[in-house]
Structure formats: C-alpha cells, structure tokens
Ligand binder design. Sequence first.
Ligand code: ADP
Ligand code: SF4
Length: 683
Amino acid sequence: MRDPRYDILFEPVKIGPVTTPNRFYQVPHCSGMGHRYPDADIHMRAMKAEGGWGVVSTQETEIHPSSDISPSNQGRIWDDKDIPRLQVLTEKIQSHGSLAAIQLAHNGIHTANRLSRIAPYAPSDAMVDVEDPVQARGMDKADIAEFRKWHRDAALRAKRAGFNIIYVYAGHDMTLLQHFMLQRYNTRTDEYGGSFENRLRLFREVLADTRDAVGDTCAIAIRFAVEEFLGKDGLQHDGEGRDVVAALADEPDLWDVNLSNWSNDSQTARFSQEGFQEDFVSFVKPLTTKPVVGVGRYTSPDAMVRVVKKGIFDLIGAARPSIADPFLPQKIKEGRIDDIRECIGCNICTASDNIVAPLRCTQNPTTGEEWRKGWHPEKMPAFDNAPSVLVVGGGPAGLEASRGLAKRGADVMLAEAGQEWGGRIARECRLPGLATYGRVRDWRVGQLQQMPNAQMYLDSPLSAEDILSYGIPHIALATGSKWRDDGVGRVHRKPLEFLTQGATVGVEALLSSGAAAITAQGPIVVFDDDRYYMGSVLAELVANAGHKVVFVTPTPIVAPWTEHTLEQRRIQKRLIDLGVDIIPLHQLAGRTADTLTIECVYSGSTRVIECSTLVPVTSRIATDTLWHQLIAIKEQWADHGIETVQRIGDCLAPGIIAAANHAGHSYARELLSAPAANMDIYR
Ligand code: ADP
Ligand code: SF4
C-alpha cells in the first residue's frame, strides 16, 4: 500500500468554486491531434483521468478564426459547433472524478492564419513570429472590444461544454495577452501601452470578463510565463514577471506559472534536471493566497512532496510525466513506485506536435493510440491460448515486445547477444546528457524480472540453427542496427570510396569505447548527415576529451531535426561554447591522410580542411543477417514447429527509440490477434 509520506499528494485542493481530488495536475499540453483528430485527443486525455490525474487540461484552444494556428492541430472553440465534442471530453474526464480544464488561447502574432486568412492581431503593427511573409495589424479600440467579446463568448461556451477550470493564457510568447504586456511588441501610446499598468490593462480586463461570465461555477486560472530569459526585453522573474504576479496576486483562482518560450518551458534532460523551474517560479506562492501549479518534469514522488512541503507549488503540474505514464498518480497511490514509467525528457512528444503528427512518446508506446488502436497503457488482452515466443535482441524493441507478450500471458524467451540489456540504449545512455535514456531499458527490465513467464538470457548470440533447434513457434527478431561508416546517408547515397584514404572512427566505435576510440592527433571532423542528436552528442563527447572538433553538415544549422524537440538552439550554443568549428552547407568530396575536401551543397565549390580522423554520422544498416538466413530455410520451419518469424524495430528499418518501442509493443499486441479499433476512421 501507499507510503504515508506520499499522503500529502492525495489531499484535495480548493480552486475557487471547484475542488481537485488530489494534487496531480495535468497542465495544458499539445497533442498533435486537437480539432483534427478529436476522438484521439479525447481518449488520450481521458486515460490520464483514469490514471488518477486530479485535473486534466486541454491543449491551447483557439477562441476565434483570427487565431487559426493551422496546420498545427490545436483545440478549437470557435463557435457553438465545437461544444459537443468538448462536452464528450469533459464528461469522460469527470467520469473518473477528475476536473476538466480548458486553455483558451488567442495566438496574436504567433500565427499567420493560414486557413482563415484574417490579418493577425497584435498590440502594434508587427511581423508575425512564424515564417510566413505576413504582418499583423496593430489593434484599434474596436478590435480590442471585439477580442474581449470573443474571449468572453469562448469562456461561456467552455462552461456549457462542462469545463471546471477556464484559463486566461499569457505564456510561451504565444498569446496576444502576453504580447500586450511586452514592451518589445507593445509600442502603443494609448491606455493599453506605455506604462506597466497600461500594458497589463487588457489582461486585467479579460480576467475580469472571464470571471464575470463564468466565475460563479468555474475556477479561473492564469497561465503565465514569469521568465523569458531575454533580459530587460522580456518578462523576468525578478522584474516585470514578478510585478505581474504581485499586481494580480489574488485575482485568479489559480496561478499556473512557467517559463517562456516553449523551448525554455519544456527543456530536455540533456539541458535540465527534474525541478529545473523552481529557481524562477518559487517567488510566486508568497505573493498570493491562491493555489499555485508549476512544472519541472517531476517523476519522483519524493520530489513532488518536497515542492509541496517547501511551499513552492500546491499542485504538481505535469505534461510530459503524464504522457510517459498516465497512471503515475495511481501507482503512487497503490505504493507501486517501481512501476512508474518515468519520462526521459527527450521531447519526442513535442516533436510530434511540431511535425503535426499525433502524440508519440519514447517511454509510452500507447500514447496517441488510445483511440486509433484501442491501446490502454496498463492493460493488454490475454491470449486465448498462450503461445511460446522467442524474442531475439534485448534493445527497446525486443524488451517491449517481451514485456507485452509476457503481460498477455505468453511464455517468452528473450535472448540477447551482449552482456547487458538495452541494445542501443545501453550505449547511448553513457553519452553526454543522455543518462535518462537508460530509463527506457530499466523500466522494461524491471517489469520483465517480475514476470515468471519471461525467461531472459544475456550473452546469447543466436544463429538460425539455434532458433530451429528450439522449436518455438513464434520468433520476433529485434536484432537492431549498426551505424555505417562509409558516408551513406541523405546527401551521399552511395559509399564514399575515398574515405579509406584517411582514418575513420565510426559511431559504433565511439559508442563502444567512448572518445578513447580516437587515437590520432589533430582536428577530428564530425560529418553529420543524420540530422538528429547523435552527431552533436558525439561532437560533445570528443570535444570534452580535449580534441579540436570541426562539425561539417550539409544542413544550414546543426541537428535541424532537434528544432522539433526544442533543443536546436541549445545544441548549437553548446557546440559553440565547446569551441567546435561549425561548417554548415557542405558535403564530402575527397580525402587524404590528414585532410578532407568539402563541397558547398549549393555552388559545388570545394575547400580543403585539416582532418586527422573523420567521424561519419550518416545512417544505419539493419542487423538482419539472421532474418535472411531464416528466410533462406523457410521450408524447414514447419518441421521445427516454427509458425511465424517477424522483424521488429531497427532490424526492419532503423529509426528512433520511440519507433522501436512502438514496434515492439505492436508486435506484442497483434501477435495472433487482429489489429484493434479505429484504424479506418482516424478522427
Ligand atoms: P532496437 O532499437 O530495434 O531494439 P537495438 O540495436 O537497440 O535495436 O538492439 C538490438 C539488440 O539485438 C542488440 O543488443 C544486439 O546485441 C542484439 N542482437 C543482435 N543480433 C542478435 C542475435 N543474433 N542474437 C541475440 N541478440 C542479438
Ligand atoms: Fe517524456 Fe520523451 Fe515521452 Fe516526451 S516523449 S513524455 S519527453 S519520454
């Protein structure tokens, strides 16, 4: 049963006219589903209520077509037609005893209104802060009055849809209400601009409008960015950010405080620790008598108790920890701490939203699939006749497949060639900043070790003959992949023969031996055509070991895909701070023992740089020899009792860890079972 130390987390908290059942609060977060896939969004959020989150919030919900953030899939409450599906959401959340919150949003200059084609709204004439060649209108008094009415109407619709908590949102540098507060956007000379009080006026008015419209039965929450890390150009926790909290102290029913912009609020584990916001937000509670919620990637109940007892927060806010484990509160309640699937802080979830795809998570393969595939994060249907299954390879795909199969009742034998579990994770989690990746392995190994029907064998490289000899009917090959060192990737589609004319240390060697794999003196060139994290992490590893590093990439910036994980600027800054020379927009053209010829991807002009060792980070090759050997002897399968052989994860097609985990989970769910649910109508 529950440790009494954690009782405090299960106390109710009064928020204006409503009361939470506990202190677990899922703050608003994007899902990449929103108005486009409402059933998917509803089922994902309802799952968190089932898992014990006392408050479950929507993502930002556009109040009007003048805040049309398409093609992003956010929520919409443009008119009454949006009410019924939001009502389904609130009913589902409340059916589990939780409160439903809605984050009303008008995005101001943070949208180009690509669908509605309305000129965006801003305190003063301004370029929008998305890429489109669009300028926003400086709002006149009639615009302001209209905006206030839209917000009020949206609040009334939210109340009719059954929401218990209604947000007035000024955060992430994404909302009109925040833009009005900021001197960098607001250059008005009327009563809405100039002095601090004038810049705060619209926010005060909208807060009062909202309370007047719905405050009798709904709690009014402020979501506010107390710090923007822009010095005096922005809100500062010891400057105007603090002044706003002091000025409005007891006006809302709840303060939901965080950092701006999104990349500061949702920092990855590579750049921040659990509780990383505390230094900036802890000033809030002493200034108000109202409850305060905040975030910080809290996955440890001890840390949660600490922030409540220290008087930093009344409610433990979570977006990512609630995605990685929708049942985190229930597990604490039942004393099942080791069962918590801790967020690793990788931001594949934010990337999903940024690429306009339904929510994905490295730790929780079921997220985003609650509706489409009918997947529940804690439940898997038992096999009618439990089969025996051999899983080959103990990386994320093999571990998750084994866990899922064992949970369904199969007799599972998991064989791993190496001396430790985790496959790629075992090695990657030793790289700078990636320690939390080990949680993907640790959670699965921990679960499997509790299952008597799962047998796990390390140091067991299996051959096709071994597999035939076991006579196990179902075989899952999760044998992974290896980084290639011949330069093949996106810009170079064929092996680069000239690379052999100098020293090359591949990613595999660095993953196995660390920077010790590099023995040469002189500049090390990391050539990154993978474009995600590996190139930059290895550059960091090698630079930390004292080598001079040159980072060459065909892309305009370092690790461009990490813009989706909100890390790109931090990664590029880290490399600059480490003294790494960055040469963008170049591919490889030639090699000698101590030089590299690189070529501009636009002009084709070449230059020669010093290079003692090349580290090509380009793409991977599936480790699929075993698969081909088994296919070659397919006619022998039946004689040995083999019915099915499938490749899963990287040995089918190398990808991100989240994809391998999802593939392992799919295999476990779908072996001998029809794929479930709503694949045909993805709403
Ligand atoms: P994925 O991401 O698809 O799970 P990984 O590369 O992380 O793939 O893990 C694959 C694992 O499979 C590695 O730990 C590797 O040692 C193991 N493996 C590869 N071939 C065999 C084999 N023939 N027998 C047992 N284990 C194997
Ligand atoms: Fe956490 Fe990564 Fe899952 Fe996001 S994708 S919730 S950061 S584990």
